[in-house]
Ligand binder design. Structure first.
Ligand code: 3UK
Length: 516
């Protein structure tokens, strides 16, 4: 699918996803459900308009970035659509990070304004004072302290707003993606990109309809959650269930029971945890759900099979990336090949090439390359990384894949050392450099190891300054040490003390030797 063939040159995607619902008569229809709050499409439009006007009043102009450090509430969507409607560029960021991460993201993006959920202010506050381009912080859902209240500014702003005359190829929003070395890279997405994902994956694979009610345990700040709960539902006038809470199995079961979604989106780790936590006396927890979706990391076939037996509903595994925005290879409802990533989504092409870029024979492992019109324009301020990633209309995902006789694609690991843990990137280098800050540690190497569910988690091999100090206690201390210093989900689940690490002649750690 080529966006230029279907969208006008002047195009504002906030109008497409928000105003169009009201213009087409769905103003009174339910758009968003969040706890006890129910918002109609007219409510969402009004919030987005007020939010756009509030940003304009604070001096935000077209192309200015607005960082969103927001939990999943209607205010996230209001800020996201409001910013896009005035031609500004919202940058949703991971809510699980630490002060040092936020300092980097605010400075790399040079955001003029940040919208921050009150519970996240503690972690963000130390960063906002060190971001010279940042002029205002809008706090939502609680005391603003020395900052501005999002709700107060919205209440005072006008509820009507004309869309900025953006083009379908203007930058609409960014999403940051972690790399194996160095800092996260801001993937620049254009006004047409979300429409492409809606028209291809959401409509043609999920068969998303106006009478669907979706619930995504994956949060809106992920490219996955943003599509699932942010723009897919308004793309067809459907309903979205949001929750600002941590998606524990208990909370997710409760939310499903309370709001009865028809489509549920999760990650493999959550599916495994839900299977373990399900009440054996009940069989109908997922009665409302017609389809479950998994992405973020490969779904082991065993989890697929146990889930279908336990709940009577299929999980459709598909692979997406932040750079391509959403899922481009996917299984199809009723035709799942368990353990595979399925077939290309209509509108996308996928090939497997060797390191020279030549397609490999069927059945051989190679590098996955994908062509599709939702692919990012490039990385912000990362010219070399952009050149390594984009190849004309093709993008190299960094994944190793092979294709079977039926054309199904099978995940075969990463081309770099990056780990996907519970669907979120973890860089071994970051965990290693945190471990060696501990006084007892001489050297460390972090690789992925499989847990009982065959899901990857970080494992650290640690060389101590004094080998005899090795103990279970010290291992626990090192885990806590990492959790306290960087985003807690990155901590090594296992620590093995070793006398030395395998290295190349030039001293580079050979992680592949530790993996096997
Ligand atoms: C890995 C998978 C095997 C793979 C995402 C749905 O995960 C998303 O985006 P990210 O940028 O990570 C991308 C990388 O994650 N991966 C994702 N899904 C699968 N590996 N099977 C899968 N089903 O390494 C990929 O390169 O965080 C997921 C929709 C949008 C997304 N951005």
């Amino acid at each position: 699918m080529n966006a230029a063939d279907v969208l006008p040159a002047q195009f504002n995607v906030a109008s497409y996803f928000v105003d169009r619902n009201v213009d087409e008569g769905r103003g009174a229809a339910t758009a968003v459900i969040c706890g006890g709050r129910v918002l109609t499409y007219a409510d969402v439009q009004e919030l987005a308009n007020r939010s756009g006007n509030a940003l304009l009043e604070l001096g935000v102009q077209m192309e200015d970035r607005v960082v969103l450090l927001c939990l999943d509430t209607p205010e996230f969507l209001a800020a996201f659509w409001g910013a896009i409607k005035i031609g500004a560029v919202p940058v949703p960021v991971n809510t699980l990070l630490r002060t040092a991460d936020y300092r980097y993201l605010l400075n790399d993006s040079r955001a003029k304004v940040a919208v921050v959920s009150a519970p996240l202010l503690g972690e963000a506050d130390g960063a906002v004072t060190q971001a010279p381009a940042l002029r205002h912080v809008l706090v939502t859902g609680g005391a603003a302290g020395r900052h501005l209240s999002f709700e107060d500014r919205l209440a005072r702003a006008s509820s009507t707003l004309d869309p900025a005359p953006t083009s379908r190829d203007d930058a609409a929003f960014w999403l940051y993606s972690s790399g194996s070395t160095g800092f996260p890279k801001g993937a620049i997405h254009l006004h047409h990109d979300m429409v492409v994902c809606l028209e291809t994956y959401a409509k043609q694979v999920l068969g998303l309809r106006q009478d669907d009610r979706v619930y995504s345990a994956a949060k809106l700040f992920f490219a996955y959650g943003l599509g699932n709960a942010g723009y897919f539902p308004p793309g067809v006038g459907a309903q979205s269930v949001l929750s600002p809470d941590r998606p524990t199995p208990e909370h997710v079961f409760e939310t499903i029971a309370r709001h009865r979604p028809t489509i549920f989106f999760g990650v493999p780790t959550l599916y495994a945890a839900m299977l373990a936590a399900a009440d054996p006396r009940r069989r109908d927890e997922l009665a409302s759900v017609r389809l479950c979706v998994s992405a973020g990391e490969a779904l082991p076939d065993d989890i697929y099979t146990r889930w279908r037996e336990r709940f009577g509903v299929e999980i459709i595994d598909g692979i997406g990336t932040t750079e391509i925005l959403h899922i481009f290879l996917s299984n199809r409802p009723g035709k799942v090949k368990p353990g595979s990533s399925g077939l290309p989504v209509p509108g996308y092409e996928a090939i497997i090439v060797d390191d020279q870029g030549t397609p490999v024979p069927r059945g051989e492992i190679g590098n996955l390359r994908v062509k599709g019109d939702s692919t990012m324009a490039g990385y912000w301020n990362k010219h070399e990384k952009t050149k390594e990633t984009l190849w004309g209309p093709w993008i190299q995902t960094g994944d190793k894949y092979w294709q079977d006789e039926d054309g199904h694609f099978w995940y075969a690991g990463r081309a770099d050392d990056m780990l996907k843990v519970g669907g979120i990137w973890v860089s071994p280098v970051e965990v290693e450099s945190t471990l060696i800050r501990h006084p007892a540690v001489l050297e460390a190497a972090v690789v992925g190891a499989e847990d009982d569910e065959r899901l990857v988690k970080p494992k650290a091999y640690v060389v101590l300054k004094t080998a005899s100090a090795a103990s279970t206690q010290l291992a626990d201390e090192l885990k806590t040490f990492v959790k306290d210093k960087i985003a807690p989900y990155k901590y090594p689940r296992w620590i093995e003390f070793v006398p030395d690490l395998p290295k190349t002649a030039t001293g580079k750690i050979q992680r592949f030797k530790l993996r096997s």
